[in-house]
Write a protein that binds this ligand. Structure first.
Ligand SMILES: [Zn+2]
Ligand SMILES: [Zn+2]
Length: 294
């Protein structure tokens, strides 16, 4: 009952929180995920207009509006799970189960470090655990069914970044939570820079821009690398995917999953059987729950 109350309270304060963002009533103007997401999207879209990689790709490419819908839907769900309901409810459950409460789980409290280092450690460890989780999404069939939504993109553009099944949040969240336990309870309100950086990099990774950041490509994920993650045709030895990086590319170089055989500007994207994959939002959302065998 107590947990339920915590959950419900989180939910109603979440409604206010989102509304305050939309109506510019946040305490600090820069901690406003809704408008920052919108601003980054317009910015990267602008770059696609000025510096297009595939010059004949329409500005409103295939599934532009579908992806725009996904973007705000997933933004809403993402915040709901990560920042409010999930953390508060879990925290009280964990606090009750573990003697000494949540804080006793922390292996190394990064709060002792300068703020800049706290952010970097948080960003890098979060990115690693997401890289690992992403690999699992490709490796196990029951996870791949959800992740296929992201791989149903046929023409890349910034908004494809947030085309994914909401269940992915449920898969990623506990992993992220483990990080918070190991390095200390980082207040999500403090993590807004990390969140903005990952939104910006993620948008760029999917953007129709000819960009790879020069030598920094070995550290940062980029459009020329991520397009191969979406490649339809991969060698048999790489059938479980390549270039799993979220914000950083370094994990793929370290663990041998980096793969950029040639310029990927015009490669075919998607997976086998994509023609039969549902095309609309609701049917894509329902697909993994219903469809049993290929
Ligand atoms: Zn993937
Ligand atoms: Zn992608």
């Amino acid at each position: 009952m107590e947990y339920w109350e915590t959950f419900i309270n989180s939910f109603s304060s979440y409604g206010n929180y989102i509304w305050n963002e939309i109506t510019f009533k946040t305490e600090h103007w820069y901690i406003n995920y809704f408008w920052m997401l919108t601003a980054f999207s317009l910015l990267v879209w602008g770059l696609e207009v000025i510096f297009p990689w595939r010059k004949n790709q329409s500005l409103f490419r295939k599934d532009f509006w579908l992806d725009a819908g996904y973007m705000y839907f997933n933004f809403y769900i993402f915040n709901l799970i990560i920042f409010v309901a999930f953390s508060e409810t879990t925290k009280s459950i964990v606090g009750d189960i573990i003697p000494g409460g949540f804080d006793s789980m922390i292996l190394y409290d990064t709060k002792q470090l300068p703020y800049g280092w706290q952010l970097i450690i948080f960003f890098v460890s979060l990115d690693f655990i997401q890289w690992f989780t992403h690999r699992m999404l490709h490796r196990f069939d029951f996870l791949w069914r959800f992740h296929k939504v992201h791989h149903s993109v046929e023409e890349m553009g910034f908004a494809a970044h947030l085309r994914y099944h909401w269940m992915e949040n449920v898969v990623y969240s506990p992993m992220k939570y483990i990080i918070m336990m190991i390095i200390g309870n980082f207040n999500p309100q403090d993590a807004f820079i990390v969140y903005y950086v990952s939104i910006a990099i993620g948008h760029l990774n999917h953007a129709n821009i000819n960009l790879s950041y020069g030598p920094l490509k070995y550290i940062l994920n980029n459009p020329k690398m991520h397009i191969w993650h979406h490649a339809h045709d991969l060698p048999q030895s790489r059938r479980y995917g390549v270039n799993f990086g979220i914000s950083l590319s370094i994990w793929d170089y370290l663990f041998g999953t980096a793969y950029i055989p040639k310029d990927g500007r015009d490669i075919k994207l998607g997976f086998d059987g994509l023609v039969k994959f549902p095309k609309r939002f609701l049917s894509q959302i329902m697909y993994p729950f219903y469809k049993t065998k290929e």
